[in-house]
Design a protein around this ligand. Structure first.
Ligand code: C2E
Ligand code: MG
Ligand code: MG
Ligand code: MG
Length: 283
């Protein structure tokens, strides 16, 4: 009996593997069609000034309206799109769409107090030759000022391929664009490295915020990152704030900015428009 069971388990496993391979192959080829087929969407999550609750910025978060599978989150396709290179087209679309939308909001009375749009850039996209030129073109095309753009990159991008990446980061910052390290704390940057990195903002990963109310150790860790950022004259944003207790603790340790479900989930452009109209005073 055990033997037949083993065989059946193996067959099930083999079939699942097969299904998974087919799914990935399908997704890969479908991803190449996503931008030309106008299947990409953006959601926006407010970034708030923690002491006042004022919305200061927005993070653009990509979604894929898959023809058969519905609305997919980035965790379901960004890795695949990095593998097949479609992330370059997707990233270009995200940048253009996010800035176009921001310029619209910024020129409306309700959005006049918005300071910036935060855009995630994948490592492969950043390393593609011509990325800096593409950013310059999109700014010119949309009429967005460089100060309105914050590019979120990962710690590992800054740690590897240092020369070209650092040169590009310096060029972008020279244009007036700001750079954030996303998911800070999950990588391996050393203190000495961090102090030299051509970046402006640290975004503390959600995993650090999750436990601050239950673990004095986590609390101390986040406090350390916040004071480190202050020492290095970097701005700091706490991600994944879900509870008012999180907000209070972060305000208490002097963390200036945050984002999370407590304030808003990522929502559509229309919903942001309504949110802004309701919370900011028209000029
Ligand atoms: P991220 O840049 O760290 O973005 C934050 C993620 O955490 C988002 O997930 C957001 O919806 C989620 N989040 C925000 N606040 C909370 C909270 O309070 N609780 C919980 N549980 N989650 C919260 P999302 O939209 O699924 O994006 C996942 C990741 O995909 C992003 O992490 C980012 O690394 C990547 N991504 C998103 N958009 C893009 C894009 O346009 N290009 C590239 N290359 N990557 C993107
Ligand atoms: Mg991000
Ligand atoms: Mg993040
Ligand atoms: Mg994160």
């Amino acid at each position: 009996v055990a033997k037949t069971d083993g065989k059946r388990t193996w067959r099930l496993y083999r079939d699942e593997l097969h299904q998974e391979m087919i799914r990935r192959l399908e997704m890969r080829s479908a991803l190449n069609e996503a931008v030309p087929g106008e299947q990409m969407r953006l959601r926006y999550q407010p970034i708030v000034d923690l002491p006042t609750g004022e919305v200061v910025g927005l993070e653009a978060l990509v979604r894929w309206q898959h023809p058969a599978r519905g609305l997919l989150g980035p965790n379901e396709f960004i890795e695949l799109s990095e593998e097949n290179g479609s992330v370059v087209a997707i990233g270009g679309w995200v940048l253009r769409e996010a800035l176009r939308t921001f310029v619209n909001w910024h020129s409306s009375p309700a959005g006049a107090s918005l300071r910036y749009m935060s855009v995630n850039v994948s490592a492969r996209q950043f390393r593609t030759p011509g990325f800096v030129d593409q950013v310059r073109e999109v700014l010119a095309e949309t009429g967005a000022r460089p100060e309105w753009l914050l590019l979120e990159i990962t710690e590992s991008l800054v740690l590897h391929d240092a020369d070209q990446v650092w040169a590009d980061l310096r060029e972008l910052r020279g244009m007036g664009i700001r750079i954030a390290i996303d998911d800070f704390g999950t990588g391996y940057s050393s203190l000495s490295y961090l102090s030299q990195m051509p970046v402006d903002v640290l975004k503390i990963d959600k995993s650090f915020i999750d436990d601050i109310l239950h673990s004095t150790q986590q609390m101390a860790l986040v406090e350390t990152i916040v004071s480190l950022a202050r020492t290095l004259e970097l701005a700091v944003v706490a991600e994944g704030i879900e509870l008012d207790g999180h907000r209070q603790a972060l305000v208490g340790m002097g963390c200036p900015y945050g984002q999370g479900y407590l304030f808003s989930k990522p929502v559509t452009a229309d919903e942001i428009h309504q949110l802004l109209a309701g919370t900011t005073t028209p000029r």
